[in-house]
Design a protein around this ligand. Structure first.
Ligand code: CMC
Length: 425
């Protein structure tokens, strides 16, 4: 890729160690440190702050400039001109589809939406108040027990079928979690609806009554899916890649991604944002919470603020904020108290030295929860919706990993435990 080299001088090693330097199409150069283990050295980078774990062609983020590109296309343009399933095609295949390719892709996804009837029995084993993410981890992992015909991961066609199955069945499982929690019958998918309409139908329709969402709500739902579709090597995607590197089947790998997403520092933040706004309860209490967020002795953080990669506005948050205004207007909820608190909190935090110095801006989750709540989706389903959306990112990265020469992921460590010692006589 390049003739550039870095030289590493290490006390106790006579010769400087030469390491190749690679340039990508965008972003910082990377130093190839693979030769170090042969010299008895490892690099140390907890949290992977300075480590490129793989080469990828799918998504690029410039966190300082607030840029997010999928296969080169800016997220703002995709949010305005494209839709979720088209972005799925783009992420998976590398190029935007022709109208014919898109129609075929949509048709294929929408004809894999049903889950095996036997899966309904899994649900009965859960308490009605189980967290839906717990059910999703279990049910998505369990899909590998149903689709034995597509588990040869060395076969590109099998990998493709798994991708279709996962993209198609995630909304069905997600809606089943909700229906189970409220004691309503599961709604079968309707393949003639759009992806977002079908999800809303399975969530809010009943056998007694159809649910017909307004185009504004369906569009907002599609946008939420689209804006969460991929985000390069985040914790859950890296988890999926690592699980995939052992040769585990894709359903098991995506289940591991769902588990990693669940935490409040990652996908669980959208649920946590809403809980925080509800706890604040009134604009007058915002300074108290901002004070707590700044206190190094208090573990409280402003949820929906900050990002490992973005040190500028999260471009997804900007689109989400506009979508939020649109949805609340459509529903006549412009004066929604939580939105007022959110807007005021954002303003106060953005003017505060603590947040300015640390470049902490609202992230995608700051506004998505308000939209989801307005649509009528309960808070504990927010992270599930993130998981539905992110499935395409996970499966695209998993596919990319398996489409080129690869080896099992195996990080090393700086060992600081006891030296070898003898068991007492
Ligand atoms: N509120 C208050 N202080 C914060 C916050 C926050 N939300 N986020 C970071 N900080 C402070 C942190 O205390 C530290 O201060 P100091 O330098 O004085 O010790 C500094 O900013 C750097 O923080 P960090 O923890 O080293 O940053 P990180 O890159 O390891 O963590 C993060 C990134 C997203 C986990 C973190 O900003 C956070 O916990 N945010 C709240 C949770 C959240 O909204 N997560 C959703 C991320 S976007 C969706 C997704 O992609 O999953």
């Amino acid at each position: 890729m390049t003739d550039r080299k870095a030289q590493l001088i290490v006390d106790g090693i006579d010769e400087p160690i030469e390491l190749p330097v690679y340039s990508g199409t965008e972003g910082p150069d990377v130093i190839d440190v693979r030769a170090l283990s042969g010299k008895g050295l490892f690099t140390y980078d907890p949290g992977f702050v300075s480590t490129a774990a793989c080469e990828s062609k799918i998504t690029y983020i410039d966190g300082d400039k607030g840029i997010l590109l999928h296969r080169g296309y800016p997220i703002e343009q995709l949010a305005e001109k494209s839709d979720y399933l088209e972005v799925c095609y783009l992420l998976l295949n590398g190029e935007l589809p022709t109208p014919e390719q898109k129609a075929k892709f949509v048709d294929l996804v929408m004809h894999h939406t049903m889950v095996h009837e036997q899966i309904t029995y899994f649900f009965r084993g859960f308490r009605r108040d189980a967290h839906p993410m717990a059910i999703m981890v279990a049910c998505v992992g369990a899909l590998s027990a149903f689709y034995h015909d597509s588990l040869d991961i060395s076969e590109p066609y099998h990998r493709e079928v798994c991708a279709f199955r996962l993209i198609a069945k995630m909304p069905t499982l997600a809606a089943m979690c909700y229906k189970y929690s409220i004691g309503q019958p599961f709604m079968y998918p309707r393949n003639n609806l759009t992806y977002a309409d079908n999800f809303l139908h399975m969530m809010f329709g009943t056998p007694c009554e159809d649910y017909r969402p307004s185009p504004v709500l369906a569009r907002a739902m599609d946008r939420i899916f689209l804006l969460h579709a991929d985000h390069e090597q985040n914790a859950s995607t890296s988890t999926v890649r690592l699980a995939g590197s052992s040769g585990a089947n894709p359903f098991a790998c995506i289940a591991s991604g769902i588990a990693a997403l669940w935490g409040p520092a990652h996908g669980g933040a959208n649920e946590a944002v809403l809980a925080m706004l509800q706890e604040i309860g009134d604009e007058s209490r915002i300074p108290e919470f901002v004070k707590r967020a700044k206190d190094p002795d208090d573990s409280f953080r402003l949820m929906g603020f900050g990002h490992r990669v973005y040190h500028n506005f999260d471009p997804r948050a900007t689109v989400m904020k506009a979508s939020c205004d649109e949805v609340l207007k459509e529903l006549g909820k412009e004066n929604e108290p939580l939105l007022k608190i959110a807007k005021r909190l954002e303003q106060i935090a953005l003017e505060d030295d603590y947040f300015i110095k640390r470049k902490l801006y609202p992230n995608v989750d700051f506004y998505s929860g308000i939209i989801l709540k307005a649509i009528g989706i309960p808070t504990n389903m927010f992270t599930v919706i993130f998981a539905v959306s992110r499935t395409i990112g996970w499966i695209s990265h998993w596919s990319e990993f398996h489409s080129s020469p690869n080896r099992i992921g195996r990080p090393r460590q700086l060992y600081t435990g006891s030296r070898q010692r003898d068991y007492p006589e």
